[in-house]
Design a protein around this ligand. Structure first.
Ligand SMILES: C[C@@](CO)(OP(=O)(O)O)[C@H](O)COP(=O)(O)OP(=O)(O)OC[C@H]1O[C@@H](n2ccc(N)nc2=O)[C@H](O)[C@@H]1O
Ligand SMILES: Nc1ncnc2c1ncn2[C@@H]1O[C@H](COP(=O)(O)OP(=O)(O)O)[C@@H](O)[C@H]1O
Length: 289
């Protein structure tokens, strides 16, 4: 038996870091949404008691360091499953990019194994298991558009943004999320108005959303990698309605309301960035739109 799951990338429309906690993590408030750039996960039942990872991508580990492996291990242990699984990952989301590719793969494995092994766990249970793997996994279990609080694991569903285009551009550098959080000086950083972003989403106000995009981590990554600001400037000059770094970066996204502007923005970046993707927001959770 084979189960297929899509694992979409996320962008952070806003990302606020409130304070550092005693457990070393940071308290955050993030408005997140999924886009239609996705990895594809194929799960095949194995009769022996093993978890096997396969991928054609050279950037993805094929052992217990893979977040998809860790998701399968958590499921096996929690539900005391004796069977094994082969996990094939078709990698389309850039790695270490601020797009939660690994977290989304892990979330897809949680959803997929729930089906493959007939476990009937709720999304809430899967999100709780996901929080043991990484802070972004619970959001990825649900997908759609949400406010994420705590260290990222407390999820409240939000209305989907009005349809628009998203241009994703990733420079040829990788960023460590841990290092970016470590280097952040919360008192000197920019902070978004999360309430105003939520109001704009509730009112389906595209201009309002564009005026509220903001990311507390952006200044840290930009200082380490000035390419981030150069990409933002190119996007602005080409007519993007809003530009922001996603997560800890280094991927920058542009929100674009009119299709006519899209190709100009895409072309202005193609020679500069090795990875540029033209995508749409997915907006709402699967099966609720
Ligand atoms: C910044 C964000 C924004 O969505 O995403 P990415 O840029 O990774 O996509 C997330 O907060 C990242 O989530 P995730 O990548 O799952 O982080 P984790 O594996 O849980 O943690 C990696 C490291 O980041 C730091 N960390 C993470 C989350 C958080 N709320 N506070 C932290 O301080 C910790 O040092 C931790 O050891
Ligand atoms: N399935 C996976 N896909 C991508 N990266 C993975 C995966 N499993 C583990 N990793 C590791 O996790 C790190 C962060 O990857 P990723 O989730 O793509 O970044 P980000 O959270 O910044 O979007 C990488 O260094 C990579 O080696």
């Amino acid at each position: 038996m084979v189960v297929l799951e899509k694992a979409p990338a996320k962008i952070n429309l806003s990302l606020d870091v409130l304070h550092k906690r005693n457990d070393g993590f940071h308290e955050v408030e993030m408005v997140m949404t999924t886009v239609d750039l996705a990895d594809r996960i194929e799960l095949t039942k194995l009769s022996n008691n093993t978890i096997r990872i396969e991928s054609e991508s050279r950037f993805v580990p094929n052992d217990e360091r893979n977040l998809a492996y860790r998701a399968a291990k958590v499921m096996k242990e929690h539900f005391q499953v004796k069977a094994g699984v082969k996990i094939f990952i078709e990698k389309n989301i850039p790695v270490a990019a601020g797009l939660a590719g690994g977290s989304s793969d892990a979330a897809a494995v949680l959803r997929g194994l729930n089906r493959l092994w007939g476990l009937r766990a709720s999304l809430e249970e899967l999100a709780e298991l996901g929080s043991r793997i990484g802070s972004d996994v619970p959001f990825c279990v649900y997908g759609g558009t949400a406010l994420a609080k705590g260290r990222g694991e407390k999820i409240q569903e939000l209305p989907s943004p009005p349809p628009c285009w998203v241009v994703l551009a990733k420079p040829a550098i990788g960023v460590s999320t841990e290092v970016v959080y470590q280097k952040l000086n919360i008192n000197k950083a920019d902070h978004p108005n999360t309430e105003a972003m939520i109001t704009a989403l509730n009112e389906k106000d595209f201009k309002g959303i564009c005026s509220q995009v903001s990311n507390t981590l952006e200044g840290v990554t930009t200082k380490l990698h000035p390419e981030v600001e150069q990409i933002k400037e190119k996007m602005r000059q080409a007519g993007a309605d809003a530009v922001l770094m996603s997560g800890s970066g280094p991927t920058v996204f542009a929100l674009v309301g009119q299709e006519a502007k899209l190709h100009r923005i895409y072309n202005s970046l193609k020679g500069f960035c090795p990875e540029v993707h033209l995508v749409r927001m997915l907006g709402c959770r699967e099966k609720t739109c």
